[in-house]
Design a protein around this ligand. Structure first.
Ligand code: 8DG
Ligand code: MG
Length: 139
């Protein structure tokens, strides 16, 4: 028997935004919709004609109201949830200016890498956090 997989596929640019205190900016998703209330690294869907770097810079300005510099690629995760497939292309980013605001999310917070264990993230994020730890141990 053949199973037809026809679930939506989202291509997402994701930012790991660092500040001078070596903290990372995370946001909590809204209490409604997919993966409600979970914490995530800010980001969103790529638009036609955009590079992933441009997508990340735009999404962060739209969602948090801050300027960042998009830096090196960390990891790309392809993950399939029960009703959604996501490709998360994650870049290290550097905080430049503005006060982070919860424009399209419930809450934003600066946290250390060690603090990440205290927040609930979507399943796909396990691999991102593992890659961050590995990166930290090599830097
Ligand atoms: N931004 C972000 N999205 C993540 C992470 N981990 C993870 O599984 N995702 C998923 C959740 C969403 O389904 C998708 C991001 O898509 P999105 O931000 O454009 O869409 P959304 O679900 O927030 O809502 P919408 O704009 O489609 O209405 O990727 C993460 O760390 N950051
Ligand atoms: Mg979003």
């Amino acid at each position: 028997m053949t199973e037809i997989s026809n679930i939506p596929h989202k291509i997402i640019g994701v930012a790991v935004i660092w500040n001078d205190e070596k903290q990372i900016l995370i946001d909590r998703r809204l209490p409604t919709g997919t993966m409600a209330n979970l914490w995530e690294f800010p980001g969103g869907k790529i638009e036609p004609g955009e590079t992933i770097e441009e997508c990340i810079e735009r999404e962060i300005l739209e969602e948090l109201g801050i300027k960042i510099a998009v830096r090196e690629h960390l990891i790309t995760i392809d993950h399939t949830y029960p009703h959604l497939r996501v490709t998360l292309t994650v870049h290290h980013c550097y905080y430049l200016e503005g006060i982070p605001q919860a424009i399209e999310c419930a809450e934003v917070r600066w946290v250390s890498l060690d603090d990440l264990d205290n927040f609930d993230f979507p399943e796909a994020n396990g691999e991102i956090i593992a890659a961050l730890r590995k990166y930290q141990n090599n830097n």
